[in-house]
Design a protein around this ligand. Structure first.
Ligand code: ZSY
Length: 397
């Protein structure tokens, strides 16, 4: 972009456009100079602040200097898609269009509704309009999720911006077809996977997640998840926000062999009951709504809920919506991570029913426990990958 900084340059410009200063003043024409974005400008707020303070000879606080020296950081809102926090959606710029994506730490594909789908499938959705010049030749993707939903399509390399953090050449997996469950979910324009790139489904060459693409350039190689109960939370990239949690963060090492943010909880407690020591293999998964735990743990929990039962017809534990639910505590890294009982009432089994579906359910058939939104929405969870030994950090909101 050309910046006119001197009168001489300005007059030279008039010469270029064939107008003399006198002529201009007589006819007083109007003209505008259209600014274009500087394509390679990485947004760094602290650096801009340092520049301004120094320009006016002001003192620059040390914490601003050190933040400026760091890489980019960013934050994006995560809004509940419905009254029951079934999923959380975040606005993302994909190839210049804003789509609302479900950030999913349990999968590793960034896939979007697209112009490749039949128009009936994509009505009500924001879509990514593919640019054939950006197609990744020969690549396809296909994913299936634990609830039986799924999608598939082809791949494009395009610019993706999340909370001001830019991946300039992100693998954007454009859907050619999505399952009925996704078609019915008209708020959701796709998923942004934040698990490990080892489980990305692009073939023949697996793609990197957004986090893996920006990780080493961020001020710190981490993102932090703050989901909230019936309220908007955030996904922060590159920094820890001490205003978003109380007490301290307890870290545990992550096992990445299955591609998930997988960790071990060493025990649990129901309400004010005593702690039961038992090893629980679990994953943190923002893309899963509920908290799936081993059979014995779930039985011990609902033994304390009057009127609860494991309903074959509703496919899980239910109880009277008026029930008082005990808190649930998981021991992680030696710390007590407690979920308020109120958060464990997920939703009425059908609109208006006085029977409610439990937020804690049995993990039989999954192969591990899943700490989904029911657990996560009372926590501040740091997902750190320094390259070796990724870690999860848990703190109370
Ligand atoms: O939905 C998934 C899920 C995510 C990603 C993949 C996948 C296939 C290929 C690459 O990733 N497959 C899944 O199934 N849940 C949650 C879940 C919930 C209930 C039952 C089973 N699972 C994965 C995180 C555990």
């Amino acid at each position: 972009m050309h910046h006119f900084t001197t009168v001489a340059a300005f007059v030279a410009f008039l010469g270029l456009v064939g107008a003399s200063p006198v002529e201009l003043t007589e006819r007083k024409p109007t003209f505008s100079i259209h600014q274009v974005e500087h394509k390679r400008f990485a947004k760094n707020g602290p650096a801009a602040m340092v520049k301004t303070l120094r320009k006016y000879g002001k003192e620059v606080p040390q914490h601003v200097i050190s933040a400026a020296a760091a890489g980019p950081t960013g934050s994006v809102s995560a809004r509940p898609a419905d009254a029951y926090d079934s999923e959380y959606l975040c606005p993302v710029s994909v190839g210049g269009s804003t789509l609302n994506l479900d950030f999913d730490t349990g999968s590793a594909d960034l896939w979007v509704y697209s112009s490749l789908q039949p128009t009936a499938q994509r009505s009500g959705h924001d879509i990514y309009t593919v640019d054939p010049t950006k197609k990744v030749s020969g690549s396809t993707w296909k994913i299936s999720y634990g609830d039986g939903s799924g999608a598939g399509g082809t791949v494009y390399a395009d610019k993706v911006v999340v909370g001001g953090v830019t991946a300039t050449s992100q693998a954007v997996e454009a859907a050619t077809s999505v399952s009925a469950q996704f078609q019915d979910d008209t708020d959701n324009d796709g998923l942004l996977g934040l698990a490990f790139s080892s489980i990305n489904t692009v073939s023949p060459n697996p793609a990197k997640t957004f986090f893996d693409n920006v990780r080493t350039s961020l001020a710190a190689p981490l993102f932090a998840v703050t989901l909230k109960y019936h309220a908007a939370g955030t996904y922060d990239f590159g920094y820890i926000d001490t205003a978003k949690y109380t007490g301290s963060i307890t870290y545990v090492n992550v096992k990445t062999t299955n591609g998930f943010w997988e960790f071990t909880s060493t025990g649990y407690a129901v309400g004010s009951g005593s702690t039961v020591s038992t090893s629980i293999d679990a994953i943190a998964d923002t893309g899963t709504t509920l908290l799936y735990l081993p059979t014995a743990v779930v039985k011990a929990y609902y033994a304390k809920v009057t009127g609860s039962s494991n309903s074959a017809s509703y496919g899980g534990y239910v109880f009277p919506c008026s029930a008082t639910l005990p808190d649930f505590t998981a021991i992680i890294g030696g710390s007590r991570q407690t979920v308020p009982g109120k958060y464990i009432n997920y939703a009425p089994v059908t609109d208006g029913s006085s029977t409610c579906f439990g937020g804690i359910q049995d993990n039989t058939g999954i192969g591990f426990s899943i700490f989904g939104d029911i657990f996560l929405k009372s926590k501040y969870v740091v997902h750190e990958n320094r390259g070796s030994t990724p870690r999860l950090g848990f703190a109370q909101q």
